[in-house]
Ligand binder design. Structure first.
Ligand code: GDP
Length: 529
């Protein structure tokens, strides 16, 4: 990285991820963000999923065929005197539990919404996950170069559907062919848009003041008047930005623009460095570790297998919570109580990987994993504690898995349990039969599992349909009630890869009925490691 300034200043770090529905513009905005971060000379080279280029980290032929990346990569770049970490969240077919868990490793999220469409299903789900930690959310209304829905209506929809107040920071002037730019409410200036400049950082014309007659000349007096009228309404009807409410995840600053036209992305980034939190501490079983604590600590939120076919290794992604990683340092892997010396942690620069000398709170490092690291593991400078809040999420898709060669049942189970410890999928074994059920959050995981079972465990497995719609982990304060439940609901119960009791429901209605029938049983959507 050219600019190594503030490398150790954690108050100048921002670690965030993008949440959005497929096709809302996450990839495009990532490219523009990197362009501003000077991490890319020219935007358009992040994934190239449409251009036939592939990120270097793609490892399976399967990915190449489909033009998607299984990798959740981490991008680090400087912006406005800050150091920004952007964690990629797999979103298309590669959507998976990793997408959810990545959201536990960031301190804020950028929500990208297609302004022609509004709030979509995937965004709703991801917002739910951010609510587990009340993560601060910044909103970008994208595709203003197309005809969009009424901006006021969009804000209403976000407020009612996602239950978060909106504070517009910029306001659009026209949209589609007549998109002229945005008015920045905090700066009291109009920033004019020029089309056809999407691949560069464009020079912009700025007009100070809303009543400036120059504005009428620049956007036409009709649009200028509409803007003034709308703003009067907006200022009256919407919320003002409030730092505290933002930090509590209760209000989101909203920006308008076009990622493709690279317009408005910098306003959003300015908001990010100004308002989004510097690296935050995390809870452990014995209290909170703050980001400015001196001793090194971190947790693993994702394990990536065989990213690079030349290396054939697994990489554990570790979010540093406190202290400093230094090349060659000794760390304690607290779950297994072992000290390990780490000389070769990786950092990920726009798909490339490079050896890393040092890293600080808020940064992500990649640790080589030879099968001992699991999702949720904690690394410390020697102390014995474990971070909490890195859960498993209830799968949303289920298939029965079966062997072509029934003699390899043991290997199959071993493989599935290891893959579930890695967080690739979850495996469930019903109490009443010998089925093996694979559960995942995204469809691609099923193919990944079969491919990896074959290459790493030498077993050939196939899937069959099974009528399971959802799963919940079950608990009860009262062991007798749990026993009774276990007997009565046996046909719907299974053990997951870690032997935790799980209710598997053929339909949502069935789950609802079970909840009503067994009020002393808790059915949970997430499970801590
Ligand atoms: P992702 O699935 O969220 O990563 O979305 P992409 O960034 O791949 O964008 C999906 C499609 O929308 C692509 O064809 C983009 O070129 C297009 N797109 C993204 N941003 C804009 C925008 O601001 N305006 C227009 N017109 N198209 C956009």
């Amino acid at each position: 990285m050219a600019e190594k300034n503030h490398l150790s200043d954690i108050s100048k770090r921002r670690t965030f991820a993008i949440i959005s529905h497929p096709d809302a513009g996450k990839t495009t905005i990532t490219e523009k963000v990197l362009l501003f971060g000077r991490a890319l000379q020219k935007a358009g080279t992040v994934k190239g999923k449409k251009s036939g280029q592939h990120a270097k980290s793609d490892w399976m032929e399967m990915e190449k065929e489909r033009g998607i990346s299984v990798t959740t990569s981490v991008m680090q770049f400087p912006y406005a005197d800050h150091l920004v970490n952007l964690l990629d969240t797999p979103g298309h077919e590669d959507f998976s539990e990793d997408t959810y868990r990545t959201l536990t490793a960031v301190d804020s999220c950028l929500m990208v919404i297609d302004a022609a469409k509004g709030v979509e299903a995937r965004t709703r789900k991801l917002m739910e996950v951010t609510r587990l930690r009340d993560t601060p959310i910044i909103t970008f209304m994208n595709k203003l170069d197309r005809d969009i829905r009424d901006p006021m209506e969009l804000l209403d929809e976000v407020e009612t559907e996602l239950n978060i107040a909106c504070a517009p920071i910029t306001w659009p002037i026209g949209s589609g062919k007549s998109f002229k730019g945005v008015y920045h409410l905090h700066r009291d200036e109009t920033i004019l848009y020029q089309s056809g400049q999407g691949h560069t950082i464009q020079p912009v014309r700025i007009i100070k003041g809303l009543d400036n007659p120059e504005l009428d000349g620049a956007v036409g007096s009709d649009l200028a008047q509409t803007l003034r009228d709308e703003l009067e309404l907006v200022v009256g009807a919407s919320n003002e930005f409030d730092q505290e409410l933002f930090m509590a995840g209760e209000i989101t600053p909203v920006f308008f623009g076009t990622a493709l036209g690279n317009f408005g992305v910098d306003h959003m980034l300015d908001g990010l460095v100004e308002w989004a939190p510097a690296p935050l501490g995390r809870e452990t079983e014995d209290g909170r570790i703050e980001a400015d604590a001196a001793a090194f600590s971190g947790f693993v939120f994702k394990i990536q297998a065989n990213m690079d076919p030349k290396h054939r290794d697994r990489i554990a992604f570790c979010r540093i919570v406190s202290g400093k990683y230094e090349k060659g340092m000794k760390m304690k892997h607290t779950r297994i109580g072992k000290d390990v010396r780490i000389a070769d942690a990786l950092t990920f620069l726009a798909g490339d990987r490079a050896l890393l000398e040092e890293a600080y709170a808020g940064d992500i490092i990649g640790l080589h994993n030879h099968g001992t690291i699991r999702i949720g593991d904690t690394f410390t400078a020697g102390e014995n504690f474990r971070f909490t809040g890195i859960p498993n999420f209830a799968p949303e898709l289920f298939k029965r898995i079966r062997l072509r060669d029934p003699l390899k049942q043991k290997q199959l189970l071993k493989g599935l349990i290891q893959l579930s410890e890695e967080g690739a999928v979850q495996v469930f074994r019903p109490l009443v039969n010998n089925d093996l059920i694979v559960g995942a959050v995204g469809v691609l995981q099923f193919d990944v599992v079969v491919a990896r079972l074959k290459s790493e465990y030498n077993v050939e497995a196939i899937y069959e349909h099974i009528s399971v719609n959802t799963a919940r982990w079950v608990y009860s304060e009262d062991p007798r009630k749990l026993d009774e439940f276990r007997r009565k609901a046996e046909h719907n119960l299974a053990l997951d890869g870690g032997d935790n009791l799980t209710y598997i429901a053929p339909t949502m209605v069935n789950l609802q009925l079970a909840r009503e029938r067994y009020p002393d049983i808790q059915f949970t959507h997430t499970r801590e490691h």
